[in-house]
Ligand binder design. Structure first.
Ligand code: CP
Length: 308
C-alpha cells in the first residue's frame, strides 16, 4: 500500500485516499488477464485462520489467494487447531507468522484482530472480529456501490436490521463518514439500534436519522443495506426468538422506492429478504458477494511486501 497501513484491522484506520486506492486496485484486478494475475502471489503462503464460521469471506479470500498464484494454509474450524488445547491467540499468531507471508483471520472476540496485528510480524487482514468490525466486507460494499452508482458521495443509504451486533454496518458507517454529503438512515428496533458511540463518532460528517419503521425513509434511499439478526451474539435465546422476524422485506417495497434503488446484504440471509426480490433489478447482494474476490485480491497484492 502507498499508505502506512501494515494491516487491515479496522476501517477507521483507512483514510478516504486509502479506500480509493483499494477500490482502484480492485478494478484493475477485475480487468487483469488471469495469466498475469497468477504471478502476483507466486511463492507466497497465506494463512487463512477462521475461528468462526464463514462461507463468503473465507472462500473469496482463498479464491483470491489461489488466483494470484499463492498457496493457502489454515483451518476453517478452531476445533481442529491447538486453540482447543488452550493455546493463546498470541502464541498461535506468532507461530503462524513464521509459516506464512500474510494472515487472514476471523475471530469471535472483539479486538482479536488488533491483538493479532500487534503480535504478528506479517500483515493481518481482519475477516471479522465479533460484533466489532468487518473492514474487508466494507471495502467490497463500497466497491459495489461505486460500480453501481459511479460514486459514493451524495448517496442516501439505509441500514436495516441488527445494527447493534452487525459488524458489517459498524464498519460501513465509519467508512461512509469519510465521504461527502452522504446521508444514512438507521432502521432498527430499539433493542438493536446502532451503538450510540458509533453514531456520535460519525454524525459530524454524515447526516444520520434513526427510525424503527422501514417505510419512513424508503422513498429517499439509493441503497437499503439489510442485515440479519445476529443470533450467535444474543446472550438470551428468548430475546432472539422475540425479535427474529422483525423485518421481512419482499418486492412489495419497490412500490415506494425511487428509480435506481438497490438492496444490498452482506449475506447470509435468513428470512429478512424474501426470494421474490432476487429476480428484480434492485437485488445487488449476489453481485456484492462476487465483488469479494477482486477486492480481496487487491488487498493481498497491496500488502504482500509490507514490512512491519
Ligand atoms: N459476509 C460475510 O461475512 O459472510 P460469511 O460470514 O459467509 O463470511
Amino acid at each position: 500500500m502507498e499508505s502506512k497501513l501494515t494491516d487491515v484491522v479496522s476501517i477507521s484506520d483507512f483514510s478516504r485516499k486509502d479506500i480509493e486506492a483499494v477500490l482502484k486496485e480492485a478494478a484493475r484486478m477485475e480487468k487483469m488477464p488471469l495469466s498475469e494475475k497468477a504471478k502476483l502471489l507466486e511463492g507466497k503462503v497465506v494463512a487463512s485462520l477462521f475461528f468462526e464460521p464463514s462461507t463468503r469471506t473465507r472462500l473469496s479470500f482463498e479464491t483470491a489467494i489461489q488466483t494470484l498464484g499463492g498457496r493457502v494454509i489454515g483451518f476453517s474450524n478452531a476445533k481442529v487447531s491447538s486453540t482447543k488445547k488452550g493455546e493463546t491467540l498470541s502464541d498461535t499468531i506468532t507461530m503462524v507468522a513464521g509459516y506464512a507471508d500474510l494472515i487472514v483471520m476471523r475471530h469471535s472476540i472483539e479486538g482479536a484482530a488488533r491483538r493479532a496485528a500487534e503480535t504478528s510480524s506479517k500483515p493481518v487482514l481482519n475477516g471479522g472480529d465479533g460484533a466489532n468490525q468487518h473492514p474487508t466486507q466494507t471495502l467490497l460494499d463500497l466497491y459495489t456501490i461505486q460500480k453501481q452508482f459511479g460514486k459514493i458521495d451524495g448517496l442516501t443509504i439505509g441500514m436495516l436490521g441488527d445494527l447493534k451486533y452487525g459488524r458489517t454496518v459498524h464498519s460501513l458507517l465509519y467508512a461512509l463518514s469519510k465521504f461527502k454529503d452522504v446521508k444514512v438512515r438507521l432502521i432498527a428496533p430499539e433493542s438493536l439500534k446502532m451503538p450510540n458511540q458509533m453514531v456520535e463518532e460519525t454524525k459530524s460528517t454524515i447526516g444520520i436519522k434513526e427510525t424503527e419503521n422501514v417505510n419512513e425513509f424508503l422513498p429517499e434511499l439509493d441503497v437499503l443495506y439489510v442485515t440479519r439478526i445476529q443470533k450467535e451474539r444474543f446472550v438470551d435465546e428468548f430475546e432472539y426468538e422475540q425479535i427474529k422476524n422483525v423485518y421481512i422485506l419482499g418486492k412489495e417495497i419497490l412500490k415506494s422506492t425511487k428509480k435506481g434503488f438497490r438492496v444490498m446484504h452482506p449475506l447470509p440471509r435468513i428470512n429478512e429478504i424474501k426470494t421474490d426480490l432476487d429476480s428484480t433489478d434492485a437485488a445487488l447482494y449476489f453481485e456484492q458477494a462476487k465483488n469479494g474476490v477482486p477486492v480481496r485480491q487487491a488487498l493481498l497484492n497491496m500488502l504482500k511486501d509490507v514490512k512491519k
